[in-house]
Design a protein around this ligand. Structure first.
Ligand SMILES: [Zn+2]
Ligand SMILES: [Zn+2]
Length: 358
């Protein structure tokens, strides 16, 4: 058996032949970063290398003055004994799979990825490799995403109806990635769009990076008497149930997350609508990408690792897990999310009626 190109260490995933780390959770000399979500991009390393489209968001999220270098997707770079290149992962702006080649062996570290189309980042490009290191955030067969078109019409329809009833629509969504994806699919002819400060900050980085977003007003720039009727407000889940939402008066609340597939069972303050929208691959998406890599060996890093490993082994692949400290970008908001999940009462496990017809 050939030597491993990536090992799991206390500081993070490590490539001994190239002497660098990938998405380390402790400070190291050289960190290759798949994407700027906080569990994958942590401050404290001497030097960072990321994809060119991801450089502005990464700089904005690390400590000021961090030494960040970037490389174009697909461009090869020699680091010690290995050749590395970054390839689109389709997860958020700048997200990359990192390909490592050494003496004819190819390993790919995918970070987080999704297969659905997202106008705010480049689509995933499956890479042929011998060993594929994958996430498994939604690695259970119950996770199957509705189509982009369905989600788009659900969100726009909800906003339109609220507008007709003279109400504002407050949509809670993770501020980096999810919020911009929503902005790219809403119909801005329905009404004005407003954003929370956390979303506003990220939007600026997206614009600097060349991503076109609709016009959004930053709520913090408006005076207390601003009228939000008929408007759409995008805010992070942490703002749910906070005094910040009072200014919107009578509003309908929505939440966009892959976790919408899991039903909250306790009654609390309620969220009116849930939209199943994730930046991660669903079960079929994971299997599709894993199969497209042609890898003989699969290593699973985070999420529902065991069910995916078990399934892959049953289909004749070599599969095992790596212990990592990646937790999913929404975990830092665990409390807010828990509240949201509990507040969410509609049973989304029932498939929509049209899926019943052949
Ligand atoms: Zn992520
Ligand atoms: Zn992750």
């Amino acid at each position: 058996m050939s030597k491993a190109l990536v090992t799991s260490t206390n500081s993070g995933l490590y490539c001994p032949q190239g002497d660098f780390y990938i998405d380390p959770w402790r400070g190291v000399d050289l960190a290759l970063v798949t994407h700027a979500h906080s569990d994958h991009a942590r401050s404290g390393s001497k030097c960072y290398l990321t994809s060119e489209p991801g450089q502005h968001v990464l700089r904005a999220r690390l400590d000021p003055g961090a030494n960040v270098e970037s490389i174009a997707y697909g461009k090869k770079l020699t680091i010690k004994d290995v050749t590395v290149s970054f390839h689109p992962a389709g997860h958020v702006l700048g997200s990359a799979q990192i390909r490592i080649e050494h003496k004819g062996q190819v390993w790919v570290v995918s970070g987080d990825y999704k297969t659905q189309l997202d106008p705010t980042c480049e689509a995933i490009e499956p890479i042929q490799c011998h060993t594929f290191i994958t996430e498994s955030t939604f690695g259970l067969p119950i996770y199957r995403w509705p189509s982009e078109q369905d989600i788009e019409s659900q969100i726009n329809g909800w906003w339109q109806r609220n507008k007709e009833q003279g109400r504002a629509s407050v949509l809670f969504a993770y501020s980096f990635g999810k919020a911009q994806r929503i902005l790219s699919l809403v119909d801005s002819s329905i009404g004005p769009i407003f954003v929370h400060g956390a979303v506003h900050k990220l939007n600026e980085q997206y614009t600097t990076s060349g991503v076109t977003l609709p016009d959004c007003k930053f709520v913090g720039d408006l005076d207390k008497k601003a009228d939000f009727k008929g408007g759409l407000i995008i805010a992070p889940p942490a703002a749910f149930d906070s005094p910040w939402t009072k200014r919107f008066g009578d509003y309908s609340s929505g939440y966009a997350s892959g976790w919408m597939r899991v039903r909250g069972n306790r009654r609390r303050q309620s969220i009116d609508r849930g939209f199943t929208l994730s930046d991660h691959a669903d079960w079929n998406g994971l299997l599709e990408i894993i199969s497209a890599t042609g890898a003989e060996e699969i290593i699973v890093t985070h999420g529902f690792s065991q069910p995916l490993i078990k399934y892959l082994r049953e289909t004749g692949k070599q599969a095992r897990g790596f212990k990592t400290e990646y937790r999913g970008e929404e975990s830092e908001l665990a409390i807010a999310n828990e509240k949201l999940a509990e507040a969410y009462e509609e049973d989304l496990e029932k498939p929509p009626a049209k899926e019943d017809t052949p």
